[in-house]
Design a protein around this ligand. Structure first.
Ligand SMILES: Cc1cc2nc3c(=O)[nH]c(=O)nc-3n(C[C@H](O)[C@H](O)[C@H](O)COP(=O)(O)O)c2cc1C
Length: 189
């Protein structure tokens, strides 16, 4: 069987980021399952927000009017068998570094067709400061991913998540790390 290609997007701006630690555990599980994984840190990339000009929608291959750090990511996503999205929760959803990239994904589609992502597997990693998940906003981000993956015909294999505010604290959460690794292994099935 051909090696599965996975691209991981990790959006925290912090060193020893909790969501990035969970992302690495998902990656470790996927690598253990034989996948080839590339991780891309979104913080610091130059990605202009989508301005809804719809130029990218004219054809299936028409690029975005902004030729910035998103351009190579579109090609990597096209070629990937599976994707990982890791973000801290900011104001009850993903952070801006993740959201700006997700909006610019519009350029992978065109002509009103939303079939470029069909069949790709996806996993997410989310961390939040509020100890009670229902009060943290993680459910909002989870639902955003779940619904958009469903709309796009993707195969959502799981969400690794953990509470913790201090950078690096998730390293002590063995349950969350083990769950993340299991999710990573599922990306290879
Ligand atoms: C601007 C900002 C907004 C935040 N908003 C939330 C929130 O809505 N809910 C929550 O539980 N934690 C919130 N947090 C806390 C982070 O989600 C938490 O510290 C998380 O572990 C950070 O992950 P990271 O280490 O990967 O950056 C916020 C933090 C910042 C800096």
């Amino acid at each position: 069987m051909a090696t599965k290609k996975i691209v991981a997007f990790s959006s925290s701006p912090r060193k020893k980021s909790n969501s990035d630690i969970l992302c690495d555990s998902i990656i470790a599980g996927a690598v253990g399952g034989g996948a080839d994984v590339e991780k891309i840190k979104l913080n610091g990339l130059s990605i202009h927000p989508c301005i809804a000009c719809e130029a990218c929608q004219k054809s299936l291959t028409e690029p975005c009017i902004y030729d910035d750090d998103m351009t190579p990511l579109i090609d990597k996503i096209r070629e990937a068998d599976a994707l990982i999205f890791a973000s801290p929760i900011y104001f009850f959803t993903v952070n801006a570094q993740m959201k700006v990239m997700l909006d610019r994904l519009l350029a992978i589609f065109g002509e009103g067709k939303f079939d470029a992502m069909i069949g790709k597997k996806a996993a997410i990693a989310l961390t939040y400061g509020e100890p009670e998940p229902l009060n943290s906003g993680v459910t909002c981000a989870h639902e955003m991913f779940q619904r958009s993956f469903g709309f796009l015909g993707m195969d959502f294999v799981g969400c690794a998540h953990a509470a913790g505010h201090e950078a690096g604290v998730v390293k002590q959460n063995t349950n969350a790390l083990e769950n993340a690794a299991k999710i990573g292994a599922k990306l290879c099935e």
